[in-house]
Design a protein around this ligand. Sequence first.
Ligand SMILES: [Zn+2]
Ligand SMILES: [Zn+2]
Ligand SMILES: [Zn+2]
Length: 166
Amino acid sequence: MDHTLFPPSDHDHSRCENNLMAFAEHYCEGRGLRFTRLRQDVLRAVASSHKAIGAYQILDAFAEQGKKLAPISVYRSLDFLQEAGLIHRLESTNSFFACQRNFEDGKSCCSDEPLVFLICNECGTIGEMDGKPVAKTIRSFAEESGFAAEQSQIEISGLCRQCQAN
Ligand SMILES: [Zn+2]
Ligand SMILES: [Zn+2]
Ligand SMILES: [Zn+2]
């Protein structure tokens, strides 16, 4: 299991971006999904860092490049990308960040998996981890008390190793 959930601050982020873009193209092609220009642009905007970004920040970034877009079209693209498991939404802040898992192997995507997100309060970087063991524990406790659990996304805030050292 990979315990380096957070990318080092000096890593080559263009690699992360390019891997994700290549994976997204491959993923959409394999499923007959249209990876339109807008969807590509929105994914690139979300993938520009390991932090979460809101729909209006994306619209602002587009506006700076001279692209005026209706919020609804950005929301639709975000929905598409989220459903495909290429990006994830933080419920606590209604913002989006690029999936960091799996796209190096080019095979899988985490669209239906339970996930745990570790969010750094200081730098905003998000680490993503497999939520299956945690979800299983929660489900069995919930079942014992007769509660039918539905949501399986967990968000934990704190400080990443880098920010603790600063
Ligand atoms: Zn990166
Ligand atoms: Zn993911
Ligand atoms: Zn941090």
